[in-house]
Design a protein around this ligand. Structure first.
Ligand code: ZN
Length: 79
């Protein structure tokens, strides 16, 4: 996943590092497992299981799972 067009028309890309599109999201349990492995080295942090992208324009959020290019879930801002 490197580039896609949001349903609102905004082009989203994670090619810039860092960027404001891709979110690093862990569940509390996943995070607990990570920090309990031992000493934390930020370079050794695993990638999140779910890849989450947020559109800066309409705030839609896209959840990609298992390396799929097609979003498994799409959330649109309600309020
Ligand atoms: Zn959008």
């Amino acid at each position: 996943m490197a580039r896609m067009t949001c349903k609102c028309g905004e082009v989203l890309s994670n090619t810039l590092a860092p960027n404001d599109i891709q979110l690093r999201v862990f569940t509390d349990k996943e995070w607990d497992d990570i920090i309990n492995i031992g000493q934390i080295d930020t370079l050794d942090l695993p990638d999140p299981k779910v890849d989450v992208w947020r559109c800066p324009k309409c705030k839609r959020m896209y959840f990609f799972e298992d390396g799929n290019d097609k979003a498994a879930l799409i959330y649109r801002l309600e309020e």
